[in-house]
Design a protein around this ligand. Structure first.
Ligand code: URA
Length: 435
């Protein structure tokens, strides 16, 4: 088979066969097909698309390009969760201990932040001593003994995706539905869970800028999961403003812990209860999502979810007391700048991406993979969409360690907000469910 024929077929709108898809994925990983030919194919796919069968075959080829984790030695139904990425998204930090506290094993691989979006691993490293650099064996032992473990994605997991993603990033071919769906699902399926709950973000701060696109992506991913024999569903959730009120690293962990203590923001709790209820139902622990939600609420009110978080942090090198006293253990930046309302008004919109960029300017995010980040900096959104501001009241607070960066971030943050003299409805958080 010749790669040039595969490229030509897709360029002309043809449908690729399993043999052709396996050929280019295996050849790319082996180094026998060069970047420039795969770039050309990615661009052809970008313009001509792939149908569901091709997308499924591409996912399978990427999934089997490396190691597939075997979690069968962990008793129970293992359920994973994935978010397509957003600003202020600390859902995993709340959801995983909450669900694990009900005796449902959580074996999760997470990533670091890049650009305007954060990553679970960076956030968790806010706890002194905590590490996700553990072996597969330690990961599995922790899930067995503690009920929950989170590790960084190993380099052996879906290596084809790693290569392809890096190539797509520099050839303007990231935002294609089939390429995104296969990229995410190949990694999720390789991580070995029995069930996957997806949080597909929709809005200005997300890959998918509107609900129709988010639903299409969700449907593709759910179909891929089910076809692979893994229970899969998706929640479509709002990213037309950041989730919760905290954006950064330590500041987000504090908000997540507050939520586990029953004192978190309403939207974050609601999203965690919705995603969590499907995880509980998938695991066969509740007959309905409303029954599952009640179980999750009880896990919070009884303190069991928080205790599970402490068990988890301790098992991976942190100190359990740091979970209970985040004011001391997770310090915020030493300097604070405040964005005050100029007059009485209502918040009409907040561009999530720009809030993420303001956090990046403070030093809380990476422009490139090698950047070292300042975990203590961040932003607190005192006012969100639909909320009333009185003249002189804080709209948002910025925490940092460098006045020049704080000034620049403050200007950027001001540009992210829009106000109205008239009342504005609050955003709808849950935009849809795809089962
Ligand atoms: N996240 C991924 O893992 N892959 C994509 O293609 C887009 C977002």
């Amino acid at each position: 088979m010749l790669m040039v024929d595969v490229i030509r077929k897709k360029r002309d709108g043809g449908k690729l066969s399993k043999e052709e898809i396996d050929f280019f994925i295996n050849g790319y990983v082996a180094g026998t097909i060069p970047d420039y030919q795969v770039s050309a194919l990615m661009m052809a796919i970008y313009f001509k698309g792939m149908d569901d069968e091709e997308t499924g075959l591409l996912t399978q080829a990427m999934l089997h390009s490396g190691e597939v984790l075997d979690l069968s030695m962990i008793p129970g139904f293992k359920v994973d969760k994935h978010s397509t990425g957003g600003v202020g998204d600390k859902t995993s930090l709340v959801l995983t201990p909450m669900v694990a506290s009900l005796g449902i094993p959580i074996a999760k691989m997470s990533g670091r932040g890049l650009g305007h979006t954060g990553g679970t691993i960076d956030k968790l490293e806010s706890f002194k001593g905590f590490t996700t650099s553990i072996t597969n064996e330690e990961f599995i032992e922790n899930v067995k003994n503690v009920g929950i473990s989170i590790m960084g994605q190993t380099k052996d997991l879906a290596p084809a995706d790693k290569l392809l993603y890096a190539l797509r990033d520099v050839t303007a071919t990231v935002d294609n539905m089939s390429l995104i769906a296969s990229s995410i699902m190949s990694k999720k399926l390789a991580a070995g869970a029995d069930g996957i709950v997806l949080d597909v973000k929709s809005g200005s701060g997300a890959f998918m800028k509107n609900d129709d696109d988010a639903r299409e992506l969700a449907k593709k991913m759910v179909a891929i999961g089910k076809h692979a024999g893994v229970k899969t569903m998706a929640v479509i959730s709002d990213m037309d403003q950041p989730l919760g009120r905290a954006v950064g690293n330590t500041i987000e962990v504090r908000e997540a812990i507050d939520t586990l203590k029953g004192k978190g923001p309403e939207d974050l709790l609601k999203l965690c209860l919705t995603l969590g209820s499907y995880m509980v139902c998938f695991a066969g622990r509740a007959a309905s999502t409303s029954e599952a939600e009640d179980m999750l609420k009880e896990a919070i009110s009884s303190g069991r979810a928080l205790e599970k978080m402490a068990d988890f942090i301790e098992a991976q090198g942190g100190r359990r007391e740091d979970v209970y006293n985040t004011t001391a253990s997770l310090p915020r930046g030493k300097k604070r700048f405040v964005f005050n309302a100029e007059k009485d008004c209502y918040v009409s919109s907040i561009m999530s991406e720009e809030v993420g960029n303001a956090s990046l300017i403070l030093g809380g995010g990476r422009r490139s993979k090698e950047d070292v980040i300042d975990l203590s900096v961040g932003i607190y959104l005192t006012k969100k969409v639909g909320e009333k501001c009185r003249a002189g009241e804080p709209v948002a607070k910025l925490y940092g360690n460098d006045e020049a960066k704080l000034s620049e971030a403050l200007e950027r943050l001001k540009g992210a907000y829009a106000f109205s003299d008239e009342p504005v409805p609050k955003n709808t958080l849950i935009r849809g469910i795809v089962e």
